[in-house]
Design a binder for this molecule. Structure first.
Ligand code: CMP
Length: 139
């Protein structure tokens, strides 16, 4: 089925000027960009986004990292978009990510792992709505 998913190009990748390389991998996969913007999250926005990880030991560092610089958020659309984008990203830890994936190519470590993608249909809906108003999904 045609689905939407949510993507973040994270601060480490933006800082290293990799936005274009990552978007090229996304569009080459057949996913289409439904909405996109560059933003610099404040602490409250990042804490809300990662609320599910609040009790994890890495939460504080994760939030510091995600607000350390701008990110590119997008809503991606296509056949089986959620799983397709997860496969394209590769494993959370770049050391475990398969060759040819975004994280294998551009991730630096389990935290600075270049990108985020929704892990299922419910989170995809929630995450897209957390960053985009309906009228911003113009693609
Ligand atoms: P993401 O897919 O955005 O989901 C949660 C993020 O937490 C993850 O990518 C990493 O950037 C970060 N993170 C840091 N340490 C860990 C860890 N040990 N396990 C999972 N995620 C981690």
């Amino acid at each position: 089925a045609i689905e939407q998913t949510f993507s973040i190009i994270k601060p480490d990748a933006v800082e290293r000027n990799l936005i274009g390389d990552i978007l090229k991998m996304i569009t080459d996969s057949g996913l289409r960009i439904k909405g996109m913007k560059m933003i610099h999250m404040d602490r409250a926005k990042a804490e809300g986004f990662y609320a599910v990880h609040r009790e994890r030991p890495f939460f504080g560092e994760l939030v510091d990292y995600m607000i350390s610089g701008p990110v590119v958020v997008s809503c991606l659309e296509g056949e089986n978009a959620i799983e397709k984008y997860r496969a394209l990203m590769g494993a959370t830890n770049p050391a475990d990510a398969a060759p040819g994936t975004i994280r294998a190519a551009f991730g630096q470590n389990i935290q600075n792992n270049a990108c985020h993608g929704s892990d299922g249909p419910d989170t995809a809906r929630t995450e897209v709505a957390y960053f985009f108003d309906k009228e911003e999904l113009v693609g």
